[in-house]
Design a protein around this ligand. Structure first.
Ligand code: BTX
Length: 325
């Protein structure tokens, strides 16, 4: 798979200049027949080439997929995304990422697909993952942190996602604590942070991200059509998903490294500037209780600070929140 990615990358960099099969064969140290076989397989995946007589191949089209070749050619990371596991259909990228992490997959490994048949949110809720329309991916992170710090990674990912989406689509989502991105009050993105840990040490964070990208209003299932939106609906344009994936990995790599080195504080101010939660009166539904009050901030640990009507301040670690009039 990696060699095919390299071939595609080489043809993209050639920028319309034909490259001969012989030249590719020499550069990659394989036979012309082997190159030809790779080209044929790439064509089957939706890549198109023009063959300029005697002079070689020109890449003329890439498929509208999030396959590894498409993502690789847009990558600008040091390490994240150097290993990409891609399939048309998966049960849940999160489930597969858990297995791969257990088997020792390195930091920055990406699991991504066109369609999930059993995508999930928090507390085993369902996450709708329509074929070819969104980004359904999990990234394996291996930060040297204690398990209690892991929830902050949801906030780190939220900042990375917000910046990547704004860069690529031109639309700036708002962060709804803890794990949603909204555009005009509707959900375009959900984040699911899961852990593999010993009592005092994180072995892996499985960072799941679901982004509605090219859905039209009619694409949303009945259950979510009133609460969901997509980047296409918000921006009015078709978004190249592979380019967006590459941008997400770029910011995720930067911000997770910064978090490990400097802690949450430098990222917190960015998080607050994108948040639509802070300053509002909200209802927080935890597993045991409901709290109503004004969200006045998050702590350096990422805990939501809620000022209740009697003036006391309650730290909320995990909850579903909604705006309260
Ligand atoms: P959550 O529990 O905060 O939100 C789940 C809720 O969001 C659902 O109950 C439903 O109301 C609503 N919902 C479901 N699908 C969508 C959608 N496509 N758009 C908007 N709203 C929706 C949020 O959980 C975390 C979701 C993470 C999803 C990623 S996808 C890649 C990875 N693999 C996997 O199985 N999950 C993660």
């Amino acid at each position: 798979a990696t060699l095919k990615n390299e071939i595609i990358k080489r043809l993209v960099e050639a920028n319309g200049e034909p490259i001969s099969g012989q030249q590719l064969a020499d550069e990659f140290g394989i036979s012309r027949t082997a190159i030809w076989k790779h080209m044929k397989q790439l064509q089957e995946k939706g890549y198109a080439f023009e063959t300029v007589k005697k002079r070689g191949y020109v890449l003329t089209a890439t498929p509208d997929t999030v396959d590894d070749a498409n993502i690789s050619m847009a990558l600008e990371t040091e390490n994240f995304g150097s290993r990409i596991i891609y399939e048309q259909s998966m049960t849940s990228t999160q489930a597969i990422a858990h297995n791969k992490a257990q088997e020792g997959a390195p930091e920055g490994t990406v699991i991504i697909c066109e369609e999930q048949t059993a995508g999930r949110g928090r507390m085993m809720r369902e996450w709708k993952s329509m074929k070819g329309k969104g980004i359904w991916m999990s990234v394996i992170l291996r930060p040297e942190i204690a398990p209690y710090e892991a929830p902050q990674f949801t906030l780190v990912a939220a900042v990375a996602l917000t910046k990547a989406i704004a860069d690529i689509s031109g639309v700036q989502p708002e962060i709804k604590w803890p794990n949603d991105l909204l555009i005009e009050g509707k959900k375009c993105t959900g984040i699911l942070t899961e852990l593999q840990a010993d009592p005092d040490r994180v072995n892996a964070i499985i960072m799941g991200m679901g982004i509605n990208v090219n859905h039209q209003p009619n694409d949303f299932e009945e259950e979510i059509k009133d609460i969901a939106t997509s980047l296409k609906i918000a921006s009015g344009k078709h978004i190249d998903r592979a380019t967006l994936v590459a941008k997400i990995l770029y910011y995720l790599e930067i911000y997770s490294a910064q978090y490990v080195k400097e802690g949450f504080e430098p990222i917190k101010s960015q998080w607050e500037s994108y948040s639509c939660t802070i300053g509002n009166r909200i209802r927080a539904t935890t597993l045991q209780d409901v709290f109503i009050g004004k969200a006045i901030g998050i702590t350096n640990d990422g805990v939501l600070q809620l000022q209740l009507d009697d003036g006391t301040i309650k730290g909320i670690y995990s909850a579903d929140i909604s705006l309260e009039k």
